[in-house]
Each structure stands twice: as structure tokens, then as C-alpha cells.
Design a protein around this ligand. Structure first.
Ligand SMILES: NC(=O)c1ccc[n+]([C@@H]2O[C@H](COP(=O)([O-])OP(=O)(O)OC[C@H]3O[C@@H](n4cnc5c(N)ncnc54)[C@H](OP(=O)(O)O)[C@@H]3O)[C@@H](O)[C@H]2O)c1
Length: 247
């Protein structure tokens, strides 16, 4: 009998992370999802038929607790880690009253914590549990290539870190890649700020003339964690309908 794969998806309560969790759950994998809010974690876990753990991926003590729980509940180690938690920096309460440089610092620190350090901490916490043949997949962004600001800089750093991680984990038989997503509609990413005009302009930038879907990213993650992708590591895989090309 084939062993069920074990999968941890940070930010698995919404959008891309949720679709990734659903994709692995559909193959019968044992999936854990995380998010910062107990109500959405519990609801999503129930709907997806997976296990939910409340965890802010930027908080070391919470990340360590998730790793401990995986250790206690999984007799088999971890096969796939998908670092999907992240997003645009939310405006911190009271930041309008801060001196400009303090507000700028807060915005950059938040971006780096949300989009880079969340993946760094989570990956470090489960490093010893990763099984040979496993995969670490981090969700990057087209914003790393252009117009990204503090968010794009954080995602560019995520790709640089992931490539170095690949060299570190390669000898253990673990692949490490970034899926750099273009515009993906139907997620909480734009925090209700997406307009019809902006949507149309982002769609027009693609060769496929459509927005990306969470399933586009989930299918790529599933492939990168499959035996057929065992020699793909240290890479940034762009999934954006041609909105950014590597040539
Ligand atoms: N949508 C796009 O166009 C797009 C494009 C390129 C890249 N991306 C990237 O794709 C990833 C997923 O975004 P999405 O579009 O699916 O947005 P989303 O629907 O807002 O999902 C974000 C998920 O991450 C969780 N999360 C956020 N911060 C977290 C933290 N510190 N610790 C744990 N969980 C956290 C959220 O839950 P809680 O808020 O409850 O914690 C939610 O489950 C992000 O890394 C984003 O940067 C998105």
C-alpha cells in the first residue's frame, strides 16, 4: 500500500493556499493548513477535510509549535511544504500618525516579515522533518520583477533565499522552488481594492487574455512536488499567462 503524502500549507485558509491544500487533499494526502485566525482555519479545514492549525508564520514561537504538532501527529515526516502565507503590507493601526521614516520602516518590515521571513521561519522549523523526495515550494510574485515596491523586494528576496536553500537541501533529496504568480483573481490578496479597470489592464498584459486562478498555481505546485519534477530545483517558475517572460 502506498503511504499517504504529508503536506503543510501556510496560508491555507484562502485563495492560492486553499487551492493548493485542496489539490493535495484530492490525491488523498494528509494535509495541514495554517492561518492567523481560528474561525477561518477551523471552517476551511472542515470544508477541505484537512487539519487546521492557527499560526502566524511571522511568529517564531507559533511556528515552532506547529512543527512540534507535526512531529507529534505525523509518524512519517513531512513530504511537502508550501509557503503560501503572504500578501501586501496592511496599514498598521496608528501608522498615519508616525513620522514618515518610521511609517516607511514599518511598511518594509511588515512586507519582509509577511513574504520572506514567514517562509524562512516555517522552513527552518520543519527542516529536520523533511523526507527524501520532498519539496519546499514558496509562492512568489511577478512583483519581484517589476512595480513591486517593498512587497516585490520581499518576493525577490524570497526567490534568492529559495535558490540558496535548494543548494542546502539538494543533498537530502529535497527540491526547493518558487512559483512566481502573476495576477490571480478571486483571492483576498487585493483586500477588496481591485477595480474593473485595473482587472482589465492586468488581463490585457497576459498572452492568454485571462486572469490567473488559484487552481493554475495549485496544479503547478502539485507538479513540482511530483516525482516527474525531481530534477527541478533552485528555480523560479513563472505562472502568469505571459505577462512577464524570461526572454
Ligand atoms: N492573488 C495574486 O494576484 C497574487 C499574485 C502573486 C503572488 N501572490 C501570493 O500568493 C500568496 C497567497 O495569496 P492569495 O492571493 O491567495 O491571498 P489571500 O486569499 O489573501 O490568502 C492569503 C492567505 O495567507 C494567510 N496569511 C497571511 N499572512 C499570514 C501569516 N503571517 N501567517 C499565516 N498565514 C497568513 C491568510 O489567512 P489569515 O489572514 O487568516 O492569516 C490567507 O489564508 C501570497 O504569498 C501572495 O503574496 C498572490
Amino acid at each position: 500500500m502506498t503511504r499517504r503524502r504529508t503536506v503543510l500549507v501556510t496560508g491555507g485558509t484562502s485563495g492560492i493556499g486553499r487551492a493548493v491544500a485542496a489539490r493535495f487533499a484530492a490525491e488523498g494526502a494528509e494535509v495541514f493548513i495554517t492561518g492567523r485566525h481560528s474561525d477561518t482555519v477551523e471552517r476551511s479545514a472542515k470544508e477541505l477535510g484537512v487539519r487546521g492549525v492557527v499560526c502566524d508564520a511571522t511568529r517564531p514561537e507559533q511556528v515552532a509549535a506547529v512543527s512540534d504538532r507535526l512531529g507529534a501527529e505525523l509518524g512519517t515526516g513531512l513530504d511537502v511544504l508550501v509557503n503560501a502565507a503572504g500578501g501586501l503590507p496592511e496599514t498598521a493601526a496608528g501608522s498615519a500618525e508616525l513620522p514618515p521614516l518610521e511609517a516607511l520602516l514599518t511598511q518594509w518590515q511588515t512586507s519582509l516579515e509577511q513574504n520572506l521571513l514567514s517562509a524562512v521561519l516555517t522552513t527552518a522549523s520543519v527542516r529536520e522533518k523533511l523526507n527524501r523526495g520532498g519539496s519546499v515550494i514558496s509562492i512568489g510574485s511577478i512583483g519581484a520583477e517589476r512595480r513591486g515596491g517593498s512587497y516585490g523586494a520581499a518576493k525577490a528576496a524570497l526567490a534568492a533565499w529559495s535558490a540558496a536553500l535548494s543548494a542546502d537541501l539538494g543533498a537530502l533529496g529535497v527540491t526547493c522552488n518558487v512559483i512566481s504568480a502573476g495576477y490571480v483573481a478571486g483571492t483576498g490578496f487585493f483586500q477588496g481594492q481591485m477595480t474593473d479597470e485595473r482587472h482589465q489592464s492586468l488581463v490585457q498584459e497576459t498572452h492568454t487574455k485571462r486572469a490567473g486562478t488559484p487552481a493554475d498555481i495549485a496544479e503547478t505546485a502539485w507538479f513540482l512536488a511530483s516525482p516527474g519534477a525531481a530534477h527541478i530545483t533552485g528555480q523560479t517558475i513563472h505562472v502568469n499567462g505571459g505577462a512577464f517572460t524570461t526572454r
